[in-house]
Write a protein that binds this ligand. Structure first.
Ligand code: GP9
Ligand code: MN
Length: 613
């Protein structure tokens, strides 16, 4: 009897470890789609979950006989939940969950249609082993008290030795991954998902003390760095829009590939295409957002700082002092307002807008929102702009007015009566619907501009329109390839991160600019157009019109693009020929990117701008 109990207890432990281990590997391969290009890399991926699983489940032996089996079951459930939450998140964001993401859940409206779209029936496979373990427990009633101290320590020792061997292999395969690393995919592929979460927990708790220990000396490094990045404005464009209103329009999920594109013989953005004739258009303009999506784009544009690597600064860093566009413009007599047809608390905007210096936020509660005029996250773009035009009468000029569109949001839902072009017929509904919601957004913008003209605002405002981030993530590559009739390489995936940027200045002719730039560059550009010099400001962006600007866009994960190079997934490419180059060609810029991201993080986590006031 004694012997039997010992065996069932151990057998349950063994089975649970093996099932969770294999399940994690299957998730990597089938749900996440990890593939390593060397045998050693694949071996690392395979063994990466084992030591953490051995330990987590092995703790069951430290508990009383009553708790032992329950612990095993609960750990398997928790392990599965961690896997599944990451699978869902990865399906759209091609990224892994971080701790702050879980805390901002309430700020992004909880589980909406976006989440439902990401759940597949095959996902139930992930939960089968939980039932098997539960059944084993019911049948065999294993108890833990027969396990000797020696065996407990043996489990811990084996787990630690395996972990050491695992780290040794990682080091052998690629020592670079032990350096500062903002790319979560690389971290998970090398260290395993459970270790990644432990590391994330550790990092987040360290970062939370940065604010307390920061001193005025810390800001010097960052301000010295940004001072040498400053480029003087182009004399032709400096002050070209002096005194004018600034109208900023965020085009939800709008990527550059829709511009001048036809599907089924119909233009996707007929109005924007036409607008190019009388606007400056930037065709190498990239979004730089991370987990904070729209809020990250807003953060980048108003502050010219990088968004946080995990979570959204709009949720995590509202107490900081910033030197944001609305606050700077206030000094020149501008009134700032934001307009958006969603709940005011979404992305914590009601709080963050105040911090950034907005005078007024027109949110859902200021609009007439009915079931009829809303879809997906909120008010449809056409009624949103219609009602916003009325609200514009309520604010004084000159103003800085930011409009956030919403209809073209994943999973791209639209009432049939609002469809202006025929849906495509690839196997992905998301991709098919995307073009129709972009077409709808284009019409909404057309009517808005029409309304501005009627109000006489078109002639005394500059209008800046930009895509906030991608709408179609890499998960939908196949269907997008079909839709666009192209096939995408790793370099193309970076090029797909381009979003349209229009700058309309009354009286100016249309012109296409090829400069390589990102959202971080908009703040100095806008200020210089208004004739406000940004010399001495802590900012990482450079005026888009400056002659001496660097042609460099740094992404939040440390990847980058320049005029000649693309650095992605740890590989350096020649941009035009798309051929692989030795790492040495990118090394220097990789280091600049890391440095810049680190400095920006220090500012945001340490709340360093408070020392400059
Ligand atoms: C919601 C809108 C969309 O208010 O900003 O949010 P997103 O998911 O794109 O960040
Ligand atoms: Mn968005």
């Amino acid at each position: 009897m004694k012997v039997k109990r010992k065996q069932t207890s151990f057998r349950l432990y063994g089975w649970t470890v093996i099932l969770l281990w294999l399940k994690t590997y299957l998730v990597y391969k089938l749900f996440i789609g990890f593939s390593r290009d060397t045998l050693l890399g694949e071996l690392i991926l395979f063994i990466s979950p084992i030591s953490s699983v051995l330990l987590l489940i092995g703790f069951s032996f430290f508990f009383s006989k009553k708790i032992h089996a329950k612990w095993i079951l609960v750990m398997n459930i928790i392990g599965t939940a961690i896997l599944y939450i990451n699978v869902l998140y990865y399906r759209f964001y091609i990224d892994f969950v971080t701790l702050p993401i879980l805390f901002q859940f309430k700020n992004v409206g909880g589980l909406g249609p976006s989440t439902l779209e990401l759940i597949y029936s095959a996902d139930t496979l992930l939960f089968i082993d939980i039932a098997v373990i539960w059944w084993l427990i019911r049948k065999e009633r294993p108890q833990a008290e027969r396990i000797t101290e020696r065996k407990k320590h043996l489990i811990a020792l084996v787990a630690l030795l395996l972990f050491a061997a695992h780290l040794g292999l990682v080091k052998l395969n690629n020592p670079e991954v032990f350096k500062v690393n903002y790319d979560r995919k690389t971290i998970v592929a090398n260290f395993g998902i459970f270790h990644y979460h432990m590391y994330d927990l550790y990092r987040q708790s360290l970062l939370s003390t940065d604010h307390v220990f920061a001193t005025d000396k810390d800001v010097k490094e960052a301000s010295d760095y940004t001072a040498q990045k400053y480029v003087s404005p182009h004399p032709t464009y400096f002050g070209a829009a002096k005194g004018k209103n600034v109208i900023l329009i965020s085009l939800e999920s709008t990527q550059s590939f829709v511009i001048n594109k036809k599907v089924n013989g119909e233009e996707v953005t007929p109005f924007l295409n036409e607008l190019m004739n009388e606007s400056y258009y930037f065709n190498n303009f990239y979004h730089q957002t991370a987990q904070g999506k729209t809020s990250d784009s807003e953060f980048l544009i108003d502050n010219s700082l990088y968004p946080l690597s995990s979570g959204s600064a709009f949720v995590r860093k509202t107490e900081n002092e910033y030197n944001a566009l609305p606050a700077i413009l206030k000094g020149s007599g501008y009134y700032s307002a934001a307009f958006h047809g969603n709940d005011k608390t979404f992305w914590n905007r009601d709080v963050m807008y105040e911090t950034l210096g907005y005078d007024r936020y027109f949110s859902k509660e200021d609009y007439q929102v009915t079931e009829e005029n809303s879809v997906n996250y909120g008010l449809k773009d056409i009624p949103f702009f219609e009602q916003s035009l009325q609200h514009l009468d309520e604010i004084p000029q000159p103003f800085y007015a930011k409009f956030l569109t919403l209809t073209n949001h994943f999973p791209f839902l639209l009432d049939q009566k609002d469809e202006m072009i025929t849906e495509l017929e690839t196997e992905e509904g998301v991709v098919n619907r995307y073009f129709t919601t972009v077409r709808y957004e284009d019409e909404a913008v057309r009517r808005f501009i029409e309304g501005l003209k009627k109000k006489g605002l078109y002639e005394n405002s500059i209008i800046i329109m930009y895509g906030d981030h991608y709408g179609i993530s890499n998960s939908y590559t196949e269907a997008l390839e079909e839709a666009l009739g192209e096939s995408f390489t790793a370099v193309d995936q970076i090029e797909l991160q381009r979003v349209p940027l229009f700058i309309h200045i009354p009286g100016e002719q249309g012109k296409v600019f090829h400069t390589t730039a990102g959202q971080i560059d908009l703040k100095p550009t806008i200020l210089h157009l208004l004739g406000i010099d940004t010399k001495g400001t802590v900012q990482f962006g450079q005026d888009l019109f400056s002659k001496n600007r660097e042609q460099l866009v740094i992404f939040r994960d440390g990847e980058f693009v320049t005029e000649e190079l693309v650095y992605t997934e740890g590989v350096c490419y020649d941009k035009s020929s798309q051929t692989k180059l030795p790492y040495g060609n990118c090394k220097e810029t990789v280091e600049i990117a890391q440095k810049e991201l680190q400095l920006s993080d220090q500012i945001v986590h340490g709340d360093l701008l408070r020392f400059l006031k």
